[in-house]
Design a protein around this ligand. Sequence first.
Ligand code: UD1
Ligand code: CA
Length: 456
Amino acid sequence: MTAAVILAAGQGTRMRSKRVKVLHEVAGLPMIEHVLRTVAALPLDETVVVVGAQKEAVAAVVGGRATMVEQPGVLGTGDAVRRALDALGPSTRRVLVLYGDCPLVPVDLLRSLLDAPSDDAATLVTAELADPTGYGRVVRDADGRLRAIVEEREADAATRAIREVNTGIGVWDRGWLERVLPDLAPHGQEVYLTDAVAALVAAGAPVGTVAARDVERVLGINTRAELARAEATARRDVLARLMAGGVTVVDPATTYVDVGVEVGPDTVLYPMTFLRGRTVVGEGAVIGPMTTVVDSHVGDHAVVVQSVVEGARIGPHCSVGPMSHLRPGSYLDRDVHLGNFVEVKNSRLGLGTKAGHHCYLGDATIGHHVNIGAGTVIVNYDGVAKHPTYIGDEAFIGCNANLVAPVEIGASAYVAAGSTVTHNVPAEALAIARGRQENKPNWVRTRRERVSGPRD
Ligand code: UD1
Ligand code: CA
């Protein structure tokens, strides 16, 4: 039986953050979430996550997917693994160790690590780096046999010059770990897992290495700069997946798509587009330029230009923008058109309904083929509570109307431009709710003569 042990107890001091490192996000998911998803794709019998700093917040992400073991303070990776071993089932013989700050490890690499027939007490993944600064160095003897892993702070100049580094990813024999871990000498208050290598070698246990081919996916993240590097790698992967599936990404360098987002074939993503969270975009849609879609569903053949869409559903063949804002709870049926500067919140707009210019539509249920004139405002808030508005099918709301909620506009009714509607409007009626226009003939000339006397 094989277990995964994920180390996630450290604070991540080098991030200079109030947030614990493994909760920092890469392509829209916390690092620890990436690691958990990778583990879920592997044939493992149990998973243990070692938590410490901000353990409640980390545990909230892990949920029921793993056994949580607490490490009381930063006592080192060796101490963390030792505590995890205590929590493993009795028949677990092998342990895949993963670091929570290493989010992009390819599933294939781990699968081959687990599948390779091996009598090694440990098989570790190493990487050859042009700049190995900060990583544990892989020290070998003249015959190339692994002798030890030496952390940078303990390394002399010759060791620091070694460019082969420890990734922290490895499969360990549980029995051997239980034998060597308790005797490792601490460095300050920390026990290093990496010291187990020299201990195994000294005990005559075979330790193997596997060189990672895809180096940028096996590097741990300690700093904000490394976080940005991982973000770029993850983003490239996501865009490559979308393009392979038939999506046109006009400019991958300025298109930002989170890991879980789905986009249908023949959709075009224009530059400066952000698709985030649980967003799904259908086929043949056009998104962007300069559009953000968060946790939303965009239907087939919809067009969303220079707009912000959050927690909304946009039906097929809709057009939105430029400069519109769909807020949570917005639902656009098929063929809805929202033009410039239209804000919608918690509202349903029926088939073929149009709001072309400068509107606020909040807490409204709007039927099909309704025309909403420029400048219409649904006055949904009285300073204390939000109230609903209903607009029937094929109603016509003239420009610059205020619909003061709660209010109901009947089907096919008309609201005259400039009206402030405070009472329900029956179906097919015309509501005019504004001061009547009065023209005062010659008013300008009369005033001028009063002020400056008659002109010659
Ligand atoms: C570690 C390795 C180093 C390797 C590098 C690869 C050790 C001693 N060093 O160094 O050889 O090159 O990773 O990225 O293992 N953690 C705990 N409890 C602790 C300390 C750390 O759970 O007491 C967790 C952290 O949350 C983190 C992971 O272990 O997710 C690695 O810890 P970190 O301090 O980042 O180790 P590195 O200095 O990067
Ligand atoms: Ca690290």
